[in-house]
Design a protein around this ligand. Structure first.
Ligand code: FES
Length: 179
């Protein structure tokens, strides 16, 4: 198991659980190639902290023996990584051409209007952050929306978008009541 120090100068610490998950990813690569696990490590860190602050990325860099800037480059390139705090639900809508031809532009405009925000903004209630994404490989099911990088919703025209927003808002209220 990798025993690298994971607390950086700012005090961000990767938990034992996070380190164990990252170690499993590192083990998939030849010895000496642990930086190849950077994408998986960032995903683990994001799950743990909700988003990737500079301090969190620094902790990942330290764990993988990488220059911090190399980790920042990966995190800032892919839309699945949150390098700023997000709302409870990150909605990423694909606006590439195949989706645009099937109504993604109108769907994005609908979301913006409904939430009162633009891309890369979070709704006033803190529930929704809207992002613009690249092709998710589901062009035939356009327009496509990804919820928190994991749940893919297809054929998302206005009615289905409204239903999705209602469902997620209800889920957030229910989760609050259960706490
Ligand atoms: S272009 Fe939108 S999923 Fe492929």
């Amino acid at each position: 198991m990798n025993t690298a120090v994971t607390r950086n100068e700012s005090g961000v610490t990767l938990s034992a659980d996070a380190r164990a998950k990252i170690d499993r990813e590192i083990a998939k690569y030849p010895p000496g190639q642990k930086r190849s696990a950077v994408m998986a490590a960032l995903a683990v860190a994001q799950d743990a902290f909700g988003w990737l602050s500079t301090e969190t990325m620094d902790a990942v860099a330290k764990y993988l023996d990488m220059p911090p800037v190399a980790v920042y480059e990966v995190a800032s390139f892919y839309t699945m990584y949150n390098i700023e705090p997000t709302g409870r639900f990150k909605l990423t809508i694909c606006t590439n051409l195949p989706c645009a031809l099937q109504g993604a532009t109108a769907a994005a405009a609908h979301l913006k209007r409904k939430l009162g925000i633009d891309f890369n903004e979070t709704s006033a209630d803190g529930l929704f952050t809207l992002k613009q994404g690249e092709c998710f490989g589901a062009c035939g099911d356009a327009p496509v929306v990804l919820v928190n990088n994991k749940r893919m919703e297809c054929w998302m025209h206005a009615d289905k978008l409204d239903a999705l927003l209602d469902e997620l808002a209800t889920a957030a209220v229910t989760a609050k009541q259960v706490k």
